[in-house]
Design a protein around this ligand. Structure first.
Ligand code: ADP
Ligand code: MG
Length: 695
């Protein structure tokens, strides 16, 4: 197999859900293309291909052959149409106008106004009106036909012809009007779905004040270099991810974490791009810029979320592919049985497959976009769908259930060592470890002014501990797995029964001392676990690399089951084991050394992911702040989203079924059928918009 590459190609001209499928099909037919995902919201295609076989010109040609679509020469900024400034008032106005037009049509039909018009205007003039009014539509239909495609408008155009054949030009004209209105409604729906994502992008910082050669210059964010100092004044957006090197301020981090309460930052604190300095000025050393910042990553993930389609969406897409032929068949049958061209026209006109294709993505985009603003990064509809059905939760202990800031509480020297010698050896060995326990050891050593040595041959063993050469001796610090410890020591049992984590220290394979660390349970954990149980998730299990006794003390306190002495790879095995038994497994971790287990789980949720890359990359859902109440919340959001998706689909199916039956049996005049056709889109839109506003 040749080297495959994934590229992103911007696509212009996709205004309907049908469009993505045309483009999708055209690109996937190319030789050398392995997979394609066409994204409506971000107007691009993500293509996995063999660069030796396909190139951009070939893709450009394929896209153009699929219809009114194109690959722009240079990535153009998103076009700003008036539709983008969509708001509720506009929606209400639109609904009102629609209602008025609909009433006029109904009244006209009822009062016989249209027959009057039919009689008044000579037929040839009427035909001209119909032809002129629908010109852009016919052009599309003909072009599609030349490409051997049937689009919704193809059927409707046949309906228009049928109306003209029986001499009802007014009916034909009204159908044409609604075809154009429907086009607009669909564009509007697509645009508002995009809005959820675009609104997020719009809060990205644009400019930065940089210190260059002693002066302060304002430059576009893209020109800030890593290492440069930026100045942030009160009320300004912090332009980069960085470390505070001067000043102090309260910072509103809600853009990242969703938390409205500002936090205090001072020298040494980390700050995030797109957050706002409220009171006080800051000097910030730039660590990351643009797409590399936490905010940049969140945006990229939300934009790509559409690629991770839910199964319902795949089904709906397939279904909408079959829908038009089925409608054509029903129309043919109607004509054969009733010999009534008007009923046939009504059948052709009432059906629009778009709503099936729109029902899922509109709701998913609203939910994902709305959640991102609340500090919940959801990487795709697929994960919302799975999460809604999840039946068990596995949780990592250190850093996830606990604050991950353990304190050393006891130092027990053995074999003639002193407590300060133990601390100094342990802290020296842990000097370069990023584990929270290592930080605890270093802090304890600092507090006791213990001397530190430079470790040689430092080695870190995930889930076990560390080893290094200190002053010529091999020193190891870690769990029993690493050091054969004296299980029978009474202190060991006593400390572990208190729920403390023990670190054993050995020098040249001789047990030399024991350190005990205590970590604090996150205060909101018990309430959140209770909420999970109330949501029907009763199987909650603690997975930890810590020892049996410590784990059981905590598990008992929380009323959950547990597995202790696990290495990171054991956690993956446990996830697989439950999956094999048919469970849908949610794994919650901090992403530090449980990233592989997060990725293996059906849904991996990373806690407090702001600023930690691995967690954001490995998890399917990242909680941007360390707050357990987000866990039951995201499950509720998932269930609510799926509820709305199903409602959208059921509504569309029912609406079309009723519309088709009424039309086929001659109860629905074509003018009303045409009016009815664009209503489901609006229904889907307003139903899904509820997801943007959830708490
Ligand atoms: P958890 O599964 O609770 O998150 P880890 O897998 O990170 O825990 O670590 C498991 C155990 O390995 C810890 O309880 C500790 O005994 C030991 N350990 C891991 N890293 C270190 C380290 N840097 N220093 C000392 N002990 C460590
Ligand atoms: Mg951990």
């Amino acid at each position: 197999m040749a080297d495959l590459k994934t590229i992103e190609v911007p696509i212009q001209g996709m205004d309907c859900a049908e469009c993505t499928q045309h483009v999708q099909r055209a690109i996937s037919k190319l030789d050398g293309v392995q997979s394609v995902n066409v994204l409506l919201a971000t107007e691009k295609a993500v293509i996995r291909l063999d660069p030796a076989k396909v190139d951009l010109p070939a893709i450009r040609k394929a896209v153009a052959s699929a219809g009114e679509y194109s690959v722009p020469e240079i990535a153009s900024p998103p076009r700003s149409s008036s539709i983008q400034n969509f708001n509720r008032q506009l929606m209400i106005v639109l609904a009102l106008v629609f209602g008025v037009v609909l009433s006029i049509v109904i009244a006209g039909e009822w009062l016989g106004l249209f027959e009057y018009l039919d009689a008044l205007v000579p037929f040839p003039i009427g035909v001209l009106i119909v032809l002129a009014g629908g010109l852009p539509v016919y052009r599309n239909v003909i072009r599609a036909a030349l490409r051997r495609q049937i689009i919704s408008h193809t059927l409707m155009t046949v309906g228009v012809i049928a109306a003209l054949v029986v001499g009802q030009w007014v009916t034909a004209a009204i159908v044409v009007i609604f075809m154009r209105v429907g086009e607009y409604v669909e564009q509007f729906t697509t645009e508002s779905a995009r809005r959820a994502v675009k609104e997020l992008t719009s809060i990205a910082p644009q400019t930065a004040r940089v210190e260059r050669e002693g002066a302060e210059v304002e430059v576009p964010v893209s020109e800030v270099r890593v290492g440069e100092a930026v100045i942030v004044r009160p009320g300004e957006k912090i332009p980069v991810d960085g470390e505070v090197i001067g000043g102090h301020a309260t910072v509103d981090q809600s853009a990242i974490t969703g938390e409205a309460m500002p936090v205090e930052v001072a020298n040494g604190s980390h700050v995030f791009a797109a957050t706002i300095a409220k009171l006080g000025s800051l000097r910030v050393k730039t660590l990351r810029v643009g797409a590399d910042t936490t905010f940049g990553r969140v945006i990229r993930m939300v934009e790509e979320a559409e690629a991770h389609r839910a199964d319902v969406q795949r089904l709906a897409d397939q279904f909408s592919g079959y829908y038009l032929p089925v409608v054509a068949a029903i129309a043919a049958l109607t004509f054969l049985l009733s010999r009534n061209p008007l009923s046939t026209a009504a059948v052709l006109v009432v059906a629009c497959s778009c709503s099936f294709a729109l029902a899922t993505p509109v709701a998913m985009l609203a939910s994902i976009g709305g959640s991102a603003k609340r500090g919940l990064l959801i990487k795709g509809g697929k994960y919302l769908e799975t999460l809604a059905r999840a039946d068990m939760v596995l949780v990592d202990k250190t850093g996830t259930l606990t604050l991950g800031q353990p304190q050393i509480t006891d130092v027990v020297p053995l074999n003639g060592m002193s407590a300060s010698e133990i601390l100094s050896l342990a802290a020296s060995a842990e000097r370069y470890s990023e584990h929270p326990l290592a930080e605890a050891v270093r802090a304890a050593a600092r507090a006791q002014n213990a001397s530190l040595y430079e470790p040689q041959d430092f080695e870190s063993m995930p889930g076990m501990g560390v080893r290094a050469k200190i002053n010529g001796n091999i020193v190891a610090v870690g769990s029993r797995r690493l050091i054969a410890a004296a299980e029978s020591l009474p202190t060991v049992q006593e400390l572990e029964a208190q729920g403390k984590t023990l670190l054993f220290l050995s020098r040249d394979d001789q047990l030399a001392g024991i350190l005990a660390a205590a970590d604090t349970l996150r205060p909101e954990v018990p309430t959140s676990l209770a909420e999970l149980r109330a949501l029907g998730i009763t199987h909650i299990e603690l997975l930890t690399g810590d020892n049996e006794r410590t784990a059981s003390a905590l598990a008992e306190k929380l009323g959950v089951s547990y597995r202790a002495n696990l290495l990171p790879e054991n956690k993956i095995e446990i996830v697989k084991e439950y999956q094999a038994k048919g469970h849908i497994v949610v794994m919650i971790g901090d992403g530090v050394n449980d990233a592989p287990a997060l990725a293996q789980a059906n849904v991996g949720i990373a806690m407090g992911a702001a600023g930690t890359d691995i967690a954001i990359e490995a998890a399917h859902i990242a909680l941007m702040r360390e707050d357990w109440s987000l866990v039951p919340q995201v499950i509720r959001i998932a269930r609510r989203t799926m509820g709305i998706v199903k409602m959208n689909l059921a509504f569309t199916a029912l609406y079309n079924l009723i519309g088709l039956s009424l039309a086929a049996f001659g109860f629905l005049p074509p003018v009303l059928a045409a009016a009815a056709q664009s209503l489901p889109d609006l229904g889907i839109l307003s139903n899904s918009a509820r997801l943007l506003r959830q708490r």
